[in-house]
Design a protein. Structure first.
Length: 153
């Protein structure tokens, strides 16, 4: 046994997804956003771990679950730049950084009370006009919103 290897803080999973480098204050928002509390499979949540990348981080391991593109898009609103690790037979087979897409459909609520999306049964559509500063623009009323202050649908 290699004595130089540090013990893992969170147990390994055989198959599933690891969401890593979540800003610590967003960890439980990610859990709620993805509905992880409703899953039947094991979910491990680590919170306030040290990270050179984000200071304090959260990590979530979900056994036997691989997220859809829609779920990943939702995740990007709350915690852009998290890292998804796809695990198969205890090995990382794919690693990707989550980026906010150019368009968000049915994810964010428009903060303009007069917007048609708040008055008619229809999905919202937002264009990400500035990814660096997190600025979204409603497709229907042109109202801009800060991604850090949005309300999710």
């Amino acid at each position: 046994m290699n004595t130089n290897k540090k013990e893992r803080l969170v147990a390994a999973i055989e198959n599933g997804t690891v969401i890593d480098h979540i800003p610590a204050d967003k960890t439980f928002q990610v859990v709620n956003l993805l509905g992880l509390q409703n899953l039947e499979m094991p979910v491990t949540i680590g919170y306030n771990y040290f990270s050179t990348k984000v200071g304090k981080k959260g990590i979530i391991k979900v056994s036997d679950k691989f997220f859809t593109d829609d779920e990943i898009s939702r995740l990007s609103v709350v915690a852009p730049k998290v890292v998804l690790n796809i695990i198969k037979d205890y090995d990382v087979v794919e690693k990707k950084t989550v980026d906010t897409p150019d368009e968000l459909r049915g994810i964010v609520k428009c903060n303009n009370p007069k917007c048609i999306t708040n008055n008619e049964p229809m999905n919202t559509v937002f264009h990400v006009v500035d990814k660096e500063h997190g600025v979204l623009k409603c497709h229907y009323c042109d109202k801009e919103q800060d991604i850090d202050k949005v309300e999710l649908v």
